[in-house]
Ligand binder design. Sequence first.
Ligand code: MG
Length: 283
Amino acid sequence: MRLARVLAPSGSQYLARLTPEDRVIPIVQEATGPGRDPLREALADGLDLRAAPGLTDDFPLQDARLLAPVRAPEKILAIGLNYADHARETGVEPPKSPVTFVKTNNSIAGPGDPIRYSKDDSVQVDYEVELAVVIGRTTRRVDVDHALDSVLGYTVCNDVSARDAQFSDGQWVRGKSFDSFCPLGPWIITGDEIGDVGRLKIQCRVNGKTLQDSSTSEMIFGVAEIISYLSRVMTLQPGDVIATGTPSGVGFARTPPVYLLDGDVVECEVAGIGVLGNRVVVE
Ligand code: MG
């Protein structure tokens, strides 16, 4: 099943199911106000999103605008250097345990939203396609064998990174958390439909040219291991997002380097989920 947040032609925003025929079935009308997140709140209320009745008449997806499927999670966790091919291209030893950082909620952007930055703040803005996990229930100290039971589903993340800020700061939060540097979407595919999450083709195209082309089989730490590892010390909450790392082909490791410039179109794709497209606006 596909779960999405949409802006309807009426101007209302909904958490919704999408049918195979690309029709939108609204299930929760979005509450307004800072910090509100219909997905997180519905999950916290124990709503079974797969069985929830429709709220109003369905309508065609082509008449709606897709929004980031998660708007205000408690946390966005991200894993660095988690693909063997990416560790090789950056010349670092594969880590012995997951390298963990956070992206802040201000960085969330939806499908089709601009990736914005000012040249005064960075001249090395890079793309990173990632498989993102959306947690479905409160999870603490789950073992690897049961970790996937905590997953609601999967979406695509572009872990946009200002390399100059990332590397000069000595830690990564600022360079990874500019406004709009965490595009998410286009929707969430529930865990029961993804198949083997360790064997998904993962790609990034910039202006139609494929610059990342790999498989989640290159992950050093798999999804279940990451969830188990993080949940040992951090209680994972419904709606939390975990970006699981990027494969090789990122811009700063290329010769010559490739950075995102005004007007560039970035398309991040994970097979079985969909394509997340965003245009770059340099201010
Ligand atoms: Mg990343």
